[in-house]
Design a protein around this ligand. Structure first.
Ligand code: ACM
Ligand code: ZN
Length: 592
């Protein structure tokens, strides 16, 4: 339950993720045509350009930029300080100037904070509150994963997603590029991977509400497109970690290259969902040759230190019956198929290591023994992550119960078709990556968190935004902020941010409203105060069961809730944003 103070700078409290220290002063700085943007190093031009682009897009302002070692009046200055931690920054806004100081990434984050302090509209000037901020992240890994295997999203859509990540100081985009249902990356040595593996004839969803979709689906990124997106992300301080999932989730590979399966096939690109029995043959030397060839091209495209090799959900049935796999188990003196999985993962990991890279995998890579130096992404709960941290391996926490943003986020009846588990915003926000079950001396191995967006039920990019936002802002705050968690305070800041995302045309899910009640003495009745979950949005409601979209009354003051004959009262409402976007119908039930 929360209320807004009507201050001139309502944005002043709305930075997400919440900065470490913030001191708000009286007074303001006006950005106008006379303001100059400076930086002390030409390495920072992408930052000053970024600010200028933002000012032009939002306020039709274009400012002069120059390189200067000094800060000055009427200047917005970015000062690279090599003694500063890489991701930390300070931001001082005074009446005369704005100065951002920090490490190279920190300056970009200082800029993002500055942008979040800017008004939604120029009215009549671009006025910023005087403030002193000192800030740095809690975790070094703050990620989001996008599954482009089940459904393909265009390069421009991926860039839009990266823009949104950057605005909230997320720094790692985990790009899940391959699936049973589609291979999405051009590999020049194996053209069939995209010629065959990137396309399916239709889609049989596992959801009862979705019938067979006879539309062929597919697509892939060319190497040139990938390089372009990698450099686009780099300018926004985002490292892209590519994932080539193996040995499971590889039906699209096997459709193109059946010779690296256990049975020889034939196979077709998956047209449904679920874990597949057919996986890469771990006993065939050709498989390893294939993987190394693919990785060679991948490493050319992705400078990331960390490379994700999947490793999840690889059933062992085929390996049990495959002479090659059994022979490998025997030659290598492995215990069983779990040992073979471990052998496979270790072999791929040491190949990456020989190229100066580091392997990250889903927590199944621990089965049969974890490879030296491997990093673990803990998704089936936290146990594997805790185990790996105790073994001094770096861990990214992404447990399903908190971090799977493909789960639905409200009333199952009215939310769009989704994976059938509920994960509301508040629960995401409540996640604490440093579990009390981790010995304190091993905390340092938990390098961060990640929100995952699997796309079995996400047919288009607009729904990606619906699933990711606002929950990804909660992930961003968990990853960045060291402050005490306070969901009401977060919701307050969120409401301003959602107004901004609304202006940007982002299809976020409009959160439920916050409300409070005041009892009417001795009657059991009460007054209901509602607060829209998006700043400047309106609430329309009904109390007689009618559809609030068609018949709703505009909420403007507390609603008296009266229990006639002691009957329960049902209030239905919708929230309508400034741009006219409307939430689904939400329901509040009250009993006397
Ligand atoms: C996963 O969700 N299969 C990693
Ligand atoms: Zn085999």
């Amino acid at each position: 339950i929360f209320f807004f103070s009507l201050s001139l700078f309502s944005n002043e409290i709305s930075v997400i993720p919440k900065p470490l220290k913030m001191d708000i002063k009286n007074g303001s700085f006006n950005v106008n045509t006379k303001t100059k943007i400076t930086c002390n190093d030409k390495k920072l031009i992408h930052i000053t350009d970024f600010l200028n682009d933002f000012l032009r897009e939002n306020y039709d302002l274009r400012l002069d930029q120059k390189i200067s070692k000094k800060t000055g009046k009427q200047e917005i200055s970015f000062i690279l300080d090599n003694s500063s931690e890489k991701e930390s920054y300070t931001l001082h806004i005074s009446q005369n100037s704005i100065v951002v100081r920090g490490g190279e990434s920190g300056l970009f984050y200082g800029l993002q904070t500055l942008l979040q302090l800017m008004p939604l509209e120029k009215s009549p000037s671009v006025t910023l509150p005087q403030v002193e901020i000192q800030d740095k992240p809690r975790f070094k890994y703050r990620g989001a994963m996008l599954d482009v295997g089940r459904y393909f999203y265009t390069p421009d859509e991926v860039k839009k997603f990266i823009d949104l990540m950057a605005h909230y100081k997320l720094n790692t985009f985990h790009w899940h590029l391959t699936e049973d249902a589609g291979w999405r990356i051009e590999i020049k040595k194996y053209p069939l991977l995209t010629k065959i593996g990137a396309w399916r004839r239709g889609t049989q969803s596992s959801h009862p509400a979705e019938s067979f979709d006879r539309l062929p689906h597919g697509g892939f990124y060319t190497q040139a497109q990938i390089k372009d997106i990698v450099s686009y992300a780099e300018k926004r301080n985002i490292t892209i970690i590519p994932e080539i999932d193996m040995p499971g989730h590889t039906l699209a590979v096997l459709a193109a290259c059946p010779e690296i399966s256990c049975t020889g096939g034939p196979f077709k690109v998956l047209e449904a969902w679920g874990v597949q029995k057919d996986v890469m043959c771990a006993g065939n030397e050709q498989t390893y040759k294939f993987i190394e060839d693919v990785l060679d091209e991948l490493l050319e495209m992705f400078p990331s230190q960390i490379i994700h090799i999947g490793g999840d959900e690889a059933p062992k049935e085929r390996w049990k019956e495959c002479p090659k796999c059994q022979e490998k188990i025997s030659i290598e003196n492995l215990k069983n198929e779990a040992g073979l999985q471990s052998y496979f993962v270790k072999r791929v990991g040491s190949y990456l290591q020989s190229k100066g890279r580091k392997m990250l995998g889903w927590d199944e890579i621990m089965e049969g023994g974890l490879a030296e130096n491997a990093m673990v992404m803990s998704w089936r709960g936290e146990e594997s992550g805790i185990e790996a941290a105790k073994m001094h391996h770096e861990v990214v926490m992404a447990p399903t119960a908190f971090m799977y943003l493909d789960y639905y986020q409200g009333d199952h009846e009215t939310e769009p078709v989704n994976f059938n588990v509920n994960l509301p915003l508040e629960k995401v926000y409540s996640y604490e990556p440093l579990s009390s079950r981790i010995p304190v001396e091993n905390y340092k191995y938990i390098i961060g968190v990640q929100g995952n967006i699997w796309t079995e039920y996400i047919h288009n990019y607009s729904k990606i935004e619906y699933m990711a936002f606002p929950r990804l802002l909660a992930v961003a705050e968990i990853g960045w902020s060291d402050a005490e968690k306070d969901f009401d305070d977060f919701s307050k800041r969120l409401s301003n941010n959602l107004n901004w995302l609304d202006k940007k045309g982002v299809n976020f899910r409009i959160p439920d409203v916050a409300y409070s009640t005041t009892a009417i003495a001795n009657t059991g009745d009460f007054d209901l105060v509602m607060q829209p979950s998006v700043k400047e949005a309106n609430i329309y409601y009904t109390l007689n069961g009618d559809d609030p979209m068609l018949k709703g009354t505009l909420y403007h003051s507390p609603i008296r809730i009266i229990f006639e004959d002691n009957n329960p009262v049902q209030l239905k409402y919708i929230v309508r944003t400034r741009t006219g976007r409307v939430s689904g119908t939400r329901v509040l039930n009250f009993d006397k």
